[in-house]
Ligand binder design. Structure first.
Ligand code: B1M
Length: 216
C-alpha cells in the first residue's frame, strides 16, 4: 500500500472509529505528505463519515456517535482548510454566490466545503448557514445582486426546500441560475425544479463557472 493510500485509510478509519486525535494527526500527515486536501476529504474523511451514516441507518450506531463523528470530521477539515483555500487563481471575483442549506436541514459539512472551494475558485460567497428560511435566499440574492444561488440538502425530507428556493427566487423576479447538491439530490431532481446539479465540491466550481459563462 502506498503512503497516500495508507494516509487515506487512516483518515477514514479515524472517523469510523471515533478517534479525534488520530483524525487530526492523519490530516497533518496528509499535508506533510503532499496529499491534496480535496483527496484527503473526499477519499478519506468523507468515506468514514458516510460509513458512520450507514451504520446509523442500520441502527448499529447511536445519534450521539453520528454527532461525534461529524465533530471529528470538522476538526480534521480545520487542519486541511488553509491548504484548501490556497488559491491558484488570484484574484478577481468571478461572480457572487448566495449559498445555504435549506430550511429544516442542519447538515452543513458538504455545503461548507462547497463554499471553501468556490472561494478558492475566485467566487465571492455569501454563506447563509444551515436551516435557512427560503425568504433569506431571496433577500440576500437581491441585496448582493447574486450571479448564482446555491442550495444544499442532505435529506429526502428537506429536498423540497430546494424547489421552494427556486420558486421563491422566480416569484420575486430573480432569474439567476440555481445550483443544487447534497446526498439527497439527483440530476433528475435538479432538472425537474429548474436548477443545475453538482455532485461534489470540486465539480461545483466548474459548474458555477459555466453557469456564469466563465467556464471552459
Ligand atoms: Co445526518 N442524516 N441527520 N447528521 N447525516 C444523513 C443525511 C442520513 C442519510 C444518514 C442515514 O440515515 N443514513 C439521514 C437522512 C435520511 C433521509 O434522507 N431522510 C440523516 C438523518 C436522518 C439525520 C437526523 C434526522 C438524525 C436524527 O437526529 N435522528 C439529523 C437531522 C436533523 C436536521 O437536519 N433537521 C441528522 C444530524 C446529523 C449530524 C448533526 C449528526 C451530522 C451533520 C453535521 C453537520 O453537517 N455539521 C450528520 C451527518 C454527518 C450525516 C451523514 C452521516 C454524513 C453527511 C456528511 O457530512 N457527508 C449523512 C449520511 C450520508 O450522507 N451518507 C447523514 C460528508 C460531506 C463531505 O458530503 O454532505 O454529501 P456531502 O456533501 C458533498 C456533496 O453532496 C456536494 O459536495 C459536498 C462535498 O463534496 N454538495 C453540494 C453538498 N451540498 C452541495 C451544494 C451544491 C453543490 C454540491 O451546490 C449548492
Amino acid at each position: 500500500m502506498s503512503d497516500k493510500e495508507s494516509i487515506l485509510n487512516e483518515l477514514e478509519n479515524s472517523v469510523k472509529s471515533l478517534q479525534q486525535e488520530a483524525a487530526v494527526e492523519a490530516a497533518k500527515k496528509a499535508l506533510a505528505a503532499g496529499v491534496s486536501p480535496v483527496d484527503a476529504i473526499e477519499n478519506g474523511l468523507a468515506k468514514g463519515i458516510r460509513e458512520v451514516g450507514d451504520k446509523f441507518a442500520r441502527k448499529e450506531m447511536f445519534v450521539v456517535e453520528l454527532i461525534y463523528a461529524a465533530t471529528i470530521m470538522e476538526d480534521a477539515i480545520k487542519v486541511l482548510e488553509p491548504e484548501l483555500k490556497r488559491s491558484k487563481e488570484k484574484r478577481h471575483v468571478v461572480a457572487t454566490v448566495v449559498l445555504g442549506t435549506v430550511s429544516g436541514d442542519i447538515h452543513d459539512i458538504g455545503k461548507n466545503l462547497v463554499r471553501i472551494m468556490l472561494e478558492a475558485g475566485g467566487f465571492e460567497v455569501h454563506d447563509l448557514g444551515k436551516d435557512v428560511p427560503t425568504e433569506n435566499f431571496v433577500q440576500k440574492a437581491k441585496e448582493v445582486d447574486a450571479g448564482i444561488a446555491g442550495a444544499s440538502s442532505l435529506m429526502t425530507t428537506t429536498v423540497s426546500g430546494q424547489k421552494d428556493v427556486v420558486d421563491a427566487l422566480r416569484a420575486s423576479g430573480l432569474k439567476m441560475p440555481v445550483m443544487v447538491g447534497g446526498a439527497a439530490v439527483s440530476e433528475e431532481w435538479a432538472k425537474e425544479i429548474g436548477a443545475t446539479y453538482a455532485s461534489d465540491a470540486g465539480s461545483a466550481v466548474e459548474i458555477a463557472k459555466q453557469l456564469v459563462g466563465k467556464g471552459a
